[in-house]
Design a protein around this ligand. Structure first.
Ligand SMILES: *[C@@H]1O[C@H](CO)[C@@H](O)[C@H](O)[C@H]1NC(C)=O
Ligand SMILES: *[C@@H]1O[C@H](CO)[C@@H](O)[C@H](O)[C@H]1NC(C)=O
Ligand SMILES: *[C@@H]1O[C@H](CO)[C@@H](O)[C@H](O)[C@H]1NC(C)=O
Length: 380
C-alpha cells in the first residue's frame, strides 16, 4: 500500500483519508429495504439478547419514552449520559474537558443569529500545498456570496500537521481531534481500521456538537462551495444531505445518501439519530458512516423518533456522479464518484477553472456553453 500523502504515483487504488471518499462502488449490495430492515432487527435483537445489557439503542426497542437527551436549548451537556452512552465501547470519546474545548471553538465560529457552524475534516494527507483543501478554501473565495462563510468554518484536525496547516489560515477555527490510542497522522488508508475509527470519531463529535446546541453543515473538503447553500436548504428540515443520484423527490429514501454534505439542526430527534447511527456501527463492523446511514435510513427507529431525512437536489448540490447542469444554479459540487487524490485534483482543478471562466463573463453575456462544466473528465 501507498501512503495517502503520496499523490504522485498512480495512487488511485484505495488510499483515502479523512472521510473524503464517497464513491458509490463501496456501497454494499442489498436486496431490498425490507430485507435490510429485517436483518438489522434480527442482528440487533440477537446481539442485545446475548449481551443482555441495558444500553442504547436497546433501550429504545424496549421503550419509546427514552428521549431524555439534553435539549437543544441546553448548553450544559449531561456528561453522565454521555459516559453511559460510550461506556460499552472502548472510549473513543472525550472527557468533559474536551467538550469545553469544543464548545469554545463552536462559540467563536458560530453565526451569531442562529448558532450555525460549518465543519470539515482535515488530516495530514490533505495538507500539502496545492491540495484538495486549498481548492476547497479557494472555492469559498471565488464563489458568489460565499467568502464570508469562511468565518464560520470549523476544521477538525486529526493530527498535528493538519492542525498546524489549519492555524496558518487566519480565519479558520481549528479543533484538534484526539482519539485515545489512535494515531491518525497521514496514512489512514481508505477503509483501514484507522480510517474507520476516524469516520466514527467524527460521527461521535457531531453528536456532541448537536448536544451543545449548535446546528451544523458538515462538508467534506472535496465539496466546492460556489453559492450560499442556506438559501436552498429546507428551512424546516432536521437532517438534510446530498446524494450521489437524486430521484426527483426530496424525501425518497432510495436517493443514495452522500454524507459529504449534511445540514443538521440541533434537536432531540437529531441527537437521538446520531446516537443510534454511532451505535449501529457495532452491528455493521467494517462499514463506514455513510454505508451505515444508508442501511439505517429506513429503520423504524428513525420514523418513531419523528425524524425525516431530506435529500437536496443535484440540480443545485451536484457532484461528479450527477453534475449540476447549469452554473447559474449550482451551489456546491462534490468530487464523488472519484477515487484517488490525483484524479480528484485533476477534475477539481478543471472545475475551479470553469467557475472562474463563468464568473469572468458578465451575467448578461452568459449562454448555454458558458454555463456548462467541462468536467467530469477522469472522475464520474
Ligand atoms: C444564519 O445566520 C446567517 C447570518 O448570521 C445567515 O446568513 C444564515 O442564512 C442563517 N441561517 C439560517 C438557517 O437561518
Ligand atoms: C451573484 O449573485 C447575484 C444574485 O444573488 C447576482 O445578481 C450576481 O450577478 C452574481 N454575480 C455574478 C458575477 O455572477
Ligand atoms: C457563448 O459565449 C461565448 C463567449 O461569450 C462565445 O464564444 C460562444 O460562441 C457563445 N456560444 C453560443 C452557443 O452562443
Amino acid at each position: 500500500m501507498q501512503p495517502a500523502s503520496t499523490r504522485g504515483g498512480g495512487g488511485g487504488d484505495t488510499l483515502e483519508s479523512g472521510g473524503y471518499n464517497r464513491d458509490t462502488s463501496y456501497k454494499p449490495m442489498f436486496f431490498g429495504v425490507a430485507i435490510k430492515i429485517t436483518l438489522m432487527l434480527v442482528v440487533v435483537g440477537t446481539t442485545l439478547l446475548i449481551l443482555n445489557q441495558s444500553s442504547y439503542p436497546l433501550e429504545f426497542f424496549r421503550s419509546h419514552n427514552s428521549f431524555s437527551g439534553p435539549s437543544s436549548e441546553n448548553s450544559n451537556v449531561d456528561s453522565s449520559s454521555f459516559h453511559q452512552h460510550t461506556s460499552r465501547i472502548p472510549p473513543s470519546s472525550p472527557a468533559k474537558d474536551e467538550n469545553i474545548e469544543l464548545e469554545k471553538t463552536l462559540r467563536r465560529a458560530a453565526m451569531k443569529d442562529n448558532k450555525t457552524v460549518i465543519i470539515t475534516n482535515l488530516n495530514a494527507a490533505w495538507t500539502e500545498p496545492n491540495s484538495v483543501f486549498d481548492l476547497f478554501l479557494e472555492s469559498f473565495k471565488i464563489g458568489n456570496g460565499t467568502a464570508h462563510l469562511l468565518d464560520h468554518l470549523v476544521v477538525y484536525a486529526y493530527d498535528k500537521t493538519a492542525f498546524e496547516r489549519c492555524k496558518t489560515a487566519v480565519r479558520l477555527h481549528c479543533y484538534a481531534v484526539t482519539t485515545e490510542g489512535v494515531d491518525f497522522s497521514g496514512e489512514a488508508y481508505f477503509m483501514s481500521e484507522d480510517y474507520l475509527k476516524m469516520t466514527w470519531r467524527k460521527i461521535d463529535l457531531m453528536r456532541s456538537v448537536l448536544e451543545l446546541g449548535y446546528d451544523f453543515v458538515y462538508t467534506d473538503a472535496d465539496v466546492m462551495w460556489f453559492r450560499n447553500p442556506f438559501k436552498k436548504f429546507y428551512a424546516d428540515g432536521d437532517f438534510e444531505m446530498s446524494c450521489d443520484y437524486y430521484r426527483g423527490n426530496y424525501n425518497d429514501l432510495s436517493n443514495t445518501a452522500n454524507t459529504g454534505l449534511t445540514y443538521v439542526k440541533s434537536n432531540d430527534r437529531t441527537i437521538e439519530l446520531y446516537k443510534f447511527w454511532y451505535n449501529a456501527r457495532e452491528y455493521f463492523p467494517g462499514r463506514h458512516d455513510q454505508d451505515v446511514l444508508n442501511m439505517i435510513k429506513g429503520n423504524p427507529f428513525v420514523h418513531q423518533i419523528g425524524l425525516e431525512f431530506r435529500f437536496v437536489d443535484t440540480a443545485y448540490f451536484g457532484g461528479f456522479c450527477e453534475p449540476t447542469k447549469d452554473l447559474d444554479e449550482v451551489i456546491t459540487m462534490h468530487a464523488n464518484c472519484c477515487i484517488g487524490i490525483p484524479n480528484k485534483m485533476h477534475d477539481l482543478t478543471m472545475l475551479i477553472d470553469d467557475w472562474k471562466r463563468y464568473m469572468a463573463i458578465p451575467p448578461s453575456n452568459r449562454n448555454s456553453t458558458t454555463r456548462s462544466w467541462t468536467v467530469p473528465r477522469i472522475c464520474g
